[in-house]
Design a protein around this ligand. Structure first.
Ligand code: NAI
Ligand code: MG
Length: 484
């Protein structure tokens, strides 16, 4: 068993500022996806632990946390940011072992978490209400207040980034958060609690209960003491979350992935586009909500783009996260099966190129050679369903109208990229695509924490990241005073 050198105790839940064993005293194994080995254990929180966490959050709102002025919340988040930066190497190594992402990518996640804390720390005391001109004898103003207790159910693909965009924004607005990380990847969420404790976040402002989706996750979603739920994950569970939230009539933010296209027109700067086209599909082994899994290419340059992408695919090296190659393993045997299932049934498509799993990669790891697929029709399963693995399909189009129709032809709408030197066309297409974010002659823009993010259609609703998230994690109260 490879040793996990941790600065926190992963077998405990963090509730009300204390490290407590889960009430059921059960644990879940931690698997290293690069080797298939069990490398540790985490708490298996259940409904009773969620009850305790929600109660602790409620107490925090009534106590020290609720009375903490906005600027002081900002100072605490800023201290947490510095603590994350001081531990970037530790956090990256832990995430690489837990999720299987290459070290460089895990490091980028830790740096992004620090940046979120810095951004939201700085924003705490800069979010304001308005005064509204009204009838003679009145003064009307609005107050932006926290929802209260916010529940955060996050997935395993980018734990630190999603904690950043969801939990830190909720804390910035003065909510008290209960975080249920994904059973496949809880370690950095628990690390985050340790960092919060050390930075002096008041007890109960942040509570972390690791556990299974159907147990701790379902309990948090249904809890009558929760005032807002933020969920990132699968469409199927997103529907369950929205249904459960409806019972308590509370708002939800849902980020449910996508089938994000990049549209490559014949006047595109291909030298610039090529790395983006491929990286957006294979980053984190394609297990990315905003992965670009459909590359739509104008027919006149289709074969050229396909071949240039294929060249890059053939050079991709897949291996253990710790070796920091281009691509790591998938997170689990189950995810490997799901993605393998898609590749086992290509419909009319064919494999244009594959990457290579390095020969020394441990047999127990969940490796899958990235696959570039051509010949797929826009309505084929491969071009419609979220695969969540290192698989991209290349689809030809004839003109702008067809490109937009194909881009809009799935049930999702999260991110899109447009490549063209015609400025007017990029602006037109940006308007015509049904999506939450559009990138013109780039894809992802470096992932900036400042950029509001979220979907339309079955990609979900609500926005996280940027200043916009602070509106989502707050509720507006209108005060109308009559003074004669
Ligand atoms: P999932 O949606 O089951 O897991 C995400 C989170 O939801 C985890 O924390 C999990 O514990 C929790 N959860 C699961 N069932 C729950 C329930 N009944 N009530 C409350 N919380 C619950 O996703 P999973 O099973 O890990 O992956 C399946 C597929 O979902 C992937 O192949 C991918 O297509 C998609 N997915 C999309 C993500 C995104 O970033 N949009 C992230 C993870 C998965
Ligand atoms: Mg699941």
């Amino acid at each position: 068993m490879t040793k996990l050198d941790l600065f926190f105790d992963p077998t405990k839940c963090f509730i009300g500022g204390r490290w407590v064993a889960p009430i059921g005293h059960e644990l879940l194994p931690v698997e290293n996806p690069s080797t298939g080995e069990t490398i540790g254990e985490i708490a298996r929180g259940q409904a009773a632990d969620i009850d305790a966490a929600v109660a602790a959050a409620r107490e925090a709102l009534a106590g020290a946390w609720g009375k903490t002025p906005a600027f002081e919340r900002g100072r605490i988040l800023t201290r947490m940011s510095q603590a994350v930066l001081a531990r970037v190497d530790d956090l990256a190594r832990i995430e690489a072992m837990d999720v299987g992402k290459p070290l460089k990518q895990a490091r980028a996640d830790a740096v992004a978490l620090a940046r979120y804390l810095e951004f939201y720390g700085g924003a705490c005391d800069k979010i304001m209400g308005e005064t509204i001109p009204y009838l003679d004898g009145y003064t009307v103003y609005t107050l932006r207040e926290p929802h209260g207790v916010t529940g955060h159910i996050i997935p395993w693909n980018y734990p630190m980034q999603i904690i950043g965009r969801s939990v830190t924004a909720a804390l910035a607005m003065g909510n008290a958060a209960v975080l249920k990380p994904a059973e496949e990847a809880c370690l950095t969420a628990i690390a985050f609690a340790k960092i919060a404790e050390e930075a002096g976040l008041p007890a109960g402002a942040l509570n972390v209960v690791p556990g299974l989706g159907e147990e701790a996750g379902a309990a948090l979603t249904a809890h009558p003491g929760v005032n807002h739920i933020s969920f990132t994950g699968s469409l199927a569970v997103g529907e369950l979350i929205q249904r459960a939230a409806a019972k308590n009539v509370i708002p939800v933010t849902l980020e449910l992935g996508g089938k994000s296209p990049q549209l490559v027109f014949e006047d595109a700067d291909l030298d610039r586009a090529l790395p983006f086209l491929v990286n957006a599909g294979i980053q984190n082994a394609g297990q990315t909500c905003s992965a670009s899994s459909r590359i739509l290419v104008q027919r006149s340059i289709h074969d050229q783009v396909l071949e240039r992408m294929a060249e890059r695919y053939r050079a991709l090296r897949v291996g253990p996260a710790i070796d920091d190659l281009d691509v790591g393993p998938l997170v689990s045997g189950r995810q490997q099966e799901i993605v393998g299932g898609f590749l086992g049934d290509l419909g009319g498509g064919e494999i244009a190129a594959r990457g290579e799993v390095v020969s020394g990669a441990p047999g127990g790891g969940h490796y899958l050679a990235p696959a570039l697929v051509s010949g797929v029709r826009p309505d084929d399963r491969l071009a419609q369903d979220e695969i969540f693995g290192p698989v991209q399909v290349v689809i030809p189009f004839d003109d702008e109208a067809e490109a937009v129709a194909i881009a809009n032809g799935t049930e999702f709408g999260l991110v899109a990229g447009v490549w063209s030197r015609d400025g007017g066309r990029t602006m037109r297409v940006a308007k015509a695509i049904r999506t939450g974010q559009v990138f013109l002659n780039n894809y992802g823009a470096g992932g900036g924490v400042e950029l509001p993010f979220g979907g339309v259609g079955k990609s979900g609703h609500g926005r996280e990241k940027g200043f916009e998230a602070l509106y989502g994690f707050s509720v507006l109260k209108t005060v109308a005073a009559w003074h004669g």
